[in-house]
Structures are given as C-alpha cells and as structure tokens.
Design a protein around this ligand. Structure first.
Ligand code: NAP
Length: 306
C-alpha cells in the first residue's frame, strides 16, 4: 500500500483564489483589506518570510506595507509603532515577524497588538476564544491544516488524533481546533513516555516537532492520516542519502544549496504504511501564508461589521 499524497500547494492555491475573490468583493464596497508587517533587525529568513507574505498579499488584492526597525530598536519605539498601527483605521492586520532580536520580548509586543487586528492569532484574547471553541483568528499554520484535512475529506468527529508538539504557534492551537471538531485529542511533547506507542493509536497523526524525520514507521498505525508540519534544514549528506535513497534531485539540491528541507516525518518509510501523508515541501508549508491572507480579509470584514 502507498499513501495518498495530500497536496497542500493545491489546497493553498484554492484558498488564495477564494480570498482574492472576497477581497475583490470588499474592494467593490470601497474596502481594501490591509496587512502591515513589522520586521525588527535583519535576520535573512525573516526578511524572506515577510517578502513572500507581501507578494502573496499583492496577488490577492490585499494592501500591504513593511515597517523595518533596526536590530537595536528601543522597546519604546516598537511599542509606539504597534500603537500607531492599532489606531490606524486603514490597517486591518498587524504582523510582528518573530523572533525579535534580543533583548526584545516577543510575547510582550504580541500582547500589545489590537486583538481585532491580530491576524496571526497569537494575542491572549484570540488564544482564549480559540480554546472556548469560538475562534476569531486561529493561528495560520494549524488553520491551514484544518483546511487541508477538510479538502481531503478526513473525518474528524470521533477520530483519534495525536498531535506531537505543544508550541503556542502550532501544537496547542492544532489540538484546540481538532477538539472543536470533535476529535479525541492527545498532545505529546518531549517528556511523553512511549511516544511511538502513543502515536500508533492515532487515526490522525500531526507532527510539529522540529526534528528531521523523527516520526518513523513504528509511530504509524496502518492507514492513518499523517500531517507533517516540520520544516528542517538538513545539511548531512549521509542522512539525506538514508532518508531519500536514490533521489538525485535532492542530492543535487544539497550540493547546490548546502541543505535539503526535511519534515518531522520519515516520508519514504511512512508513506508505505500511512493512508495519506503530506510531503515536505509542498504539504503544510504553503497553507500558512494562505491562512494569513484569509485572516486578513476576515479582519477587514469583522472590523467593519460586514
Ligand atoms: P517548537 O516551538 O520548537 O516546539 C516543538 C515541540 O516539539 C515542543 O512542544 C517540544 O516539546 C516537542 N518536541 C521536541 N523534541 C521532541 C521529541 N524528541 N519528542 C517529542 N516531542 C518533542 O516548534 P514549532 O514552532 O511548533 O515548530 C515545529 C516544526 O514545525 C518546526 O520544524 C518548524 O519549522 C515547523 N513549522 C512549520 C510551519 C509551516 O508553515 N509549515 C509553521 C510553523 C512551524 P517540549 O514542549 O517538551 O519542549
């Protein structure tokens, strides 16, 4: 048996088309949804993320801007910028790109964002609403996973779901969203005893760990749906060769870029036992930005009572 491959890129493209349609409807009523990003410092990965979010906004008919602050920006300057964007009625979504350079405390600044503009879903008000089963803005990655599961026709009510990872960004909100859809949810983490055995109970296994290919065959019940949220850079040629035997494309990538992207699931080993599986790249990754766009248009509507 070989698992059905769940195409996150295709689902993300569908969400982006839907969002573009909603943005066009709003524009016809004189409202252009607007997302403004704050980038502190010059972390290259953060720059790339912010640039790709802006490009996606443009394609969907969402206005956008980036506010760049130096790495040594005073906390008062960042606070004043957030306050200004909170007050600006033309701004629907505020995105604070994390991580912030030390000693700035990301949590304190996320707490400062107006919950009505918190399109990342990280403000305690939105976290609380999510856990009460009445989300305003769910964090974009787990919200995207829910869209993927729905598009794939995966039954959630009554299903046994195991989420590995308990971060605020992925694991915990993922568990809350699944619980709201009546799955029976177990959350695992680094102290979980018998991780493979617990994971084997899952009809739906979600890996959000940050450890390349940790989830092997022994974690998976035959026929289970496996969602791999992990994105890890692997530079070790021997590991790449072991994970993707005979894969010339990945070998070339390693030589050219110096790394290969690997999920938290050992894809080649698990695909022969799972019922369905997401690849890395092309699985969960593209859904995150799509979720951000969807949340921004939703913010534009909710803020105006539309
Ligand atoms: P994180 O904040 O580092 O959390 C990792 C979680 O995994 C923690 O709860 C940790 O447990 C648990 N963990 C670590 N090692 C473990 C082990 N050996 N066994 C069991 N559990 C273990 O990471 P994150 O932000 O949630 O991200 C997780 C992965 O998803 C990363 O690869 C990240 O790059 C990726 N990601 C992808 C997207 C996307 O767009 N697709 C978005 C966000 C993140 P403790 O709590 O006990 O430490």
């Amino acid at each position: 048996m070989s698992a059905r491959i769940l195409d996150g890129a295709a689902v993300a493209a569908g969400i982006r088309r839907r969002v573009a349609g909603e943005a066009a409807e709003l524009a016809a009523r004189g409202v252009v949804p607007r997302l403004e990003a704050i980038l502190v410092g010059d972390d290259p990965a953060s720059r790339v993320y912010v640039a790709s979010k802006r490009k996606a906004c443009e394609e969907a008919g969402i206005g956008s801007a980036t506010h760049q602050l130096p790495a040594d920006a005073a906390p008062e300057v960042l606070a004043a910028l957030i306050d200004r964007l909170n007050r600006d009625d033309a701004v629907d979504g505020i995105l604070l790109q994390l991580p912030l350079p030390k000693p700035l405390d990301g949590r304190a600044f996320l707490d400062r964002i107006d919950p009505a503009k918190d399109v990342d879903g990280f403000h305690p008000t939105n976290v609380g609403l999510l856990h009460q089963g009445r989300p305003a803005f769910a964090p974009c990655t787990p919200a995207g996973v829910m869209e993927l599961l729905d598009a794939a026709g995966v039954t959630l009510a009554g299903a046994r779901a195991v989420v590995v990872g308990r971060s605020e960004i992925v694991g915990k909100p993922m568990a809350a969203l699944l619980l709201a859809r009546h799955a029976t949810v177990t959350v695992c983490h680094s102290r979980t005893a018998d991780l493979p055995g617990t994971c084997r109970e899952a009809d739906l296994l979600i890996a959000a760990i940050g450890k390349p290919a940790l989830v092997g065959r022994e974690f998976v019940r035959p026929g289970a749906v496996v969602i791999d949220v992990g994105i890890n850079r692997v530079e070790d040629a021997a590991l790449v060769a072991r994970l993707f035997p005979g894969d010339e494309k990945r070998r070339e990538q390693l030589t050219k870029r110096g790394y290969v992207l690997v999920g938290d699931v050992d894809f080649e080993a698990v695909r022969s036992i799972a019922g369905a599986i997401t690849p890395v790249p092309g699985g969960v990754g593209p859904l995150t930005i799509a979720g951000l766009l969807a949340n921004t248009v939703r913010a534009a509507r909710l803020r105006r009572g539309l």
